[in-house]
Design a protein around this ligand. Structure first.
Ligand SMILES: Nc1ncnc2c1ncn2[C@@H]1O[C@H](COP(=O)(O)OP(=O)(O)OP(=O)(O)O)[C@@H](O)[C@H]1O
Ligand SMILES: [Mg+2]
Length: 424
């Protein structure tokens, strides 16, 4: 066995600050960190990139991360040297690939079958329905007429969405047949998804779940599923479903939270989730909670930061430990609350700057203010989470405190467009 530090490989990530934090956590734990990517510079646009690339990333390996064989080949030298401790990802696009790679090396990870089921919204819906877990009506439509027939069956408005994207890309509320056809054409125009992987044919047409949305955050340790808590999710305006903020723990009553957590547990059993963290999205409707989707990974956006502020549990670090075959410490050291709120552009244009960052930082309880845009960037009203301009995170003793603080901090931020400046 090598005496050098173990290698923890992260194969691609989410294009966000959160996406880079597993590398930081792995480095803090003493691992030799390796980013495996088909485009490692992709992540340099993220505001945390400078710190992570300089301080926490030991090595970069460039390879075709859409290929299991290529990733296995890239990591084989570490494995042959007895140094490969773990391999992980937090982006949905690479979850099945990483599960397969981990299995080939005999490393801990999600079973490849569970990973494939979580990754594909059609397989996820089929698995839930077969297990009697409540989901909306859904249909894989492989032609426009088929999509229209499904929309008629579910009634308007309905949701048209891709089966294998993330960050709400392409998820659209359609109010008319014309909108269904437009969404169908839009989603099927390209044979590959946002990260260049082949798409499954067609789209999902779904019954629209009317209600409010939460997510249930959990982690499986030594065979026991621990519910870390329920997150309230705020959404942007239709026809898109942009994540405008998260609040942890939820302000809902205990019975509602429990019913969501119970449904999430059953959904995780249904998809065969057998390792690590999970993030299950649930809509609470008048008929009861319904599964939106099941993700076999940590929650994205800033939810891990909220959990840490609220409970002291450092989920990124504990998940790295699980991937390296260690146990996780989920000891809660505080019972507080935290909330994030996202900044979106109210119109399209070229950004001159965002005013008010210093003011936002002065709001009591604010722990993070971050911009993901730069002067000169073209921006537009958000259609997916990728269009958001930045965020604030605030903590408080209660959920109410945290929300008030995060909302007041967000209110300090003003996007200024170049044309507005010229007009002054
Ligand atoms: N059938 C539905 N009824 C109501 N809302 C829906 C439905 N399907 C999706 N949505 C809304 O769209 C959002 C994004 O959909 P979904 O979670 O399926 O896509 P995603 O791209 O994987 O999202 P993300 O990666 O942001 O979690 C959901 O969080 C939910 O608000
Ligand atoms: Mg989702």
């Amino acid at each position: 066995m090598s005496t050098e530090p173990g290698v923890l490989a992260v194969v691609e990530s989410q294009l966000s600050n959160f996406g880079l934090t597993p590398l930081r956590a792995a480095h803090e734990l003493g691992f030799h960190t390796v980013l495996v990517s088909n485009d490692p510079d992709r992540y340099r646009v993220v505001s945390l990139a400078e710190e992570v690339y300089a301080k926490h990333l030991d090595e970069v390996v460039t390879t075709d991360t859409n290929s299991v064989d290529a990733v296995v080949e890239a990591l084989t030298p570490f494995h042959a040297a007895g140094r490969l401790s773990g391999v992980m990802t937090v982006t949905d696009y690479n979850i099945p690939i990483v599960a397969e790679v981990a299995a080939r090396f005999g490393l801990p990870g999600l079973s490849p079958e569970a990973a494939r089921t979580c990754r594909d919204k059609l397989l996820m819906r089929d698995a839930c329905r077969a297990a009697g877990v409540a989901v909306p009506g859904y249909h894989q439509a492989t032609g426009e007429a088929d999509a229209l027939a499904a929309a008629d069956r579910f009634g308007y408005p309905c949701v048209v969405k891709p089966m294998t994207e993330s960050a709400s890309i392409g998820v659209t509320l359609c109010r008319t047949p014309d909108e269904v056809v437009a969404a169908y054409r839009d989603l099927t125009a390209s044979p590959t998804d946002f990260r260049g992987q082949p798409r499954r044919p067609g789209v999902l047409v779904e019954e629209y779940l009317v209600g409010f949305e939460v997510s249930v955050e959990s982690v499986l340790v030594d065979g026991e599923r621990h519910i870390l808590g329920v997150t309230d999710k705020a959404l942007g305006s239709h026809p898109h479903f942009v994540e405008m903020g998260d609040t942890f723990p939820s302000m809902l009553s205990e019975p509602v939270r429990r019913s969501c957590a119970d449904l999430a547990r059953r959904a995780l059993e249904a998809v065969g989730h057998d390792f690590g963290a999970a993030h299950v999205e649930v809509k609470v409707t008048a008929e009861g909670p319904r599964i939106v989707e099941v993700n076999g990974r940590m929650p994205g956006a800033e939810i891990t930061q909220l959990i840490r502020e609220a409970t002291g549990v450092y989920l990124q670090r504990e998940v790295v430990r699980l991937h390296a075959g260690q146990t996780a410490d989920l000891t809660r050291t505080r019972e507080r609350a935290a909330a994030s709120r996202y900044l979106a552009a109210h119109r399209a244009g070229t950004l001159a700057r965002v005013d008010g960052v210093d003011l936002a930082r002065r709001v009591p309880g604010v722990v993070d203010v971050d911009l993901e845009v730069h002067p000169g960037d073209r921006v537009r009203p958000a259609e997916s989470n990728l269009d958001l301009l930045g965020y604030v995170v605030a903590a408080g003793d209660t959920t109410g405190d945290a929300v008030r603080r995060a909302e007041s901090a967000l209110g300090q931020l003003t996007p200024v467009f170049t044309a507005d400046e010229d007009a002054r």
